[in-house]
Design a protein around this ligand. Structure first.
Ligand code: 2IO
Length: 419
């Protein structure tokens, strides 16, 4: 029997210990209902998969949640032919191959530039002294945008994202987000104009110059550029911090990675399962529908709890453990014969278009960090503080390491990024 538990998604309780909430949900086979928000929260792997792949649930919540700060529709709001063609353009510029051939060298140089000023100190806060800068700068480089205003862009981006990911906002917070949105759109306008009139082979130009029937207005292009900027930046520092936290709290696994770096993708994948940086995906019921015995009225908000689905014990045994060699059972949880994936990138037609890109973005940074910073460890007695219920990440991750004894003569001069 499924139970419905009354839930206040805006209370601090959810933010404090979501893992305990998820465990309780699985244990009691429950669904959460927030009557104030007219929303259900589903956390079973099977339910979340169903919601994200079924035509009964739409991405309509983004109209209120994203459009006011994005200025126009994001990719997930599009459907059919339009969705397919825009997705294809973005995908072609964010593929693993494009990353390897085009972006890897510049992102590698960026990683080294960000680490260099800290290399002799023996300590770095992976979130605030590396990850946040890495997220925004690597994304700007890939979008072919100038990096000189990255601090402003980062601030605006944070304001916009908090609008999208807050379940309650005060009037002044709302105003701040709208302000940030106005600033970033104003900043982008002349740049996009320029790309529209003299296109190059960047992702932005590709969006601007798509075939006649796909012609896009300036605000449509800006919304998609903002979409990519946010989606690539917001999770980047969180994934890296969780990855290193998981590895350094499991020293045997860290040693295995240090001797066999080809295990890194498995560690990133297991980190995304255990600590997905995006924990909620909103949908709306297209019509009255019954899901696993629960009657849902047309128009009801549905939140897929990715963090819960990824810890479903029916699909991932010992769900709260970081297990590098997690074997993927062949049928459990899906009934389709395909192995159950973690859902950190969502699933279905709107599955993350930047998945391949983000995996390589994380891998490249992690690889360089392991290579550059010797004898990595967490401070003694370190307890991680995390924040967020929609997107979630460590507030800081101090890493200790042994500085190199003398300047590496191969150390390259900076490229002008000032974090
Ligand atoms: C940007 C929450 C950062 C997306 C969103 C309005 C649409 C979509 C997501 C992710 C991550 C963001 N939703 N990426 O959950 O593009």
């Amino acid at each position: 029997m499924r139970h419905i538990i009354n839930f206040d998604a805006t209370s601090d309780q959810a933010d404090k210990d979501p893992a305990a909430l998820y465990e309780e949900l699985h244990h009691s086979n429950s669904v959460l209902q927030d009557k104030q928000l007219d929303a259900f929260f589903f956390g079973r792997h099977q339910d979340v998969r169903l919601i994200l792949t079924s035509g009964d649930f739409t991405t309509a919540p983004l109209e209120d949640r994203a459009q006011p700060v994005m200025g126009d529709r994001v990719l997930a709001q599009m459907e059919g032919k339009e969705h397919k063609s825009k997705r294809q353009i973005i995908l072609s510029k964010l593929s693993a191959r494009t990353f390897r051939e085009r972006y890897a060298p510049i992102i590698h140089a960026l990683t080294r530039d960000l680490l260099t000023p800290k290399i002799h100190s023996g300590e770095i806060d992976l979130v605030n002294e590396f990850g946040k800068n890495y997220g925004i700068l690597s994304t700007l480089l890939v979008l072919g945008l100038p990096t000189d205003r990255h601090k402003d862009i980062s601030r605006w981006q944070t304001g916009i994202t908090s609008f999208i990911t807050s379940l309650k906002l005060s009037d002044s917070e709302r105003e701040h987000s709208i302000d940030c949105s106005r600033c970033i759109i104003e900043y982008f306008q002349p740049i996009i104009d320029e790309r529209m009139t003299s296109p190059d082979d960047s992702l932005i130009s590709a969006l601007c110059t798509a075939g006649d029937d796909e012609h896009m207005t300036q605000s449509e292009v800006i919304a998609l550029v903002l979409n990519i900027l946010l989606a690539a930046t917001e999770p980047a520092d969180k994934t890296l911090a969780y990855l290193f936290y998981n590895l350094l709290s499991n020293p045997i696994e860290m040693d295995r990675i240090a001797t066999d770096i080809t295990l890194l993708p498995a560690a990133i994948s297991e980190t995304l399962r255990l600590n997905p940086p995006v924990q909620l995906i909103p949908r709306q019921a297209r019509q009255d529908v019954e899901l696993d015995g629960i009657k849902i009225r047309k128009g009801t908000l549905i939140y897929c709890m990715i963090g819960a689905a990824n810890r479903d014990p029916d699909v991932f045994p010992m769900p709260s453990q970081f297990i590098l060699d997690r074997k993927k059972p062949s049928t459990a949880g899906t009934g389709t014969g395909r192995f159950p994936h973690h859902l950190a990138f969502g699933t279905g037609v709107h599955v993350c278009v930047g998945a391949a890109f983000s995996l390589m973005q994380a891998e490249l940074a992690a690889n360089t960090i392991i290579d550059t910073l010797g004898d990595l460890r967490l401070p003694k007695g370190f307890r991680m503080a995390e924040v967020g219920f929609y997107t979630r990440g460590p507030v800081a991750l101090p890493l200790l390491f042994t500085p190199p004894r003398r300047n590496n003569p191969e150390e390259r001069p900076g490229h002008g990024y000032s974090p």
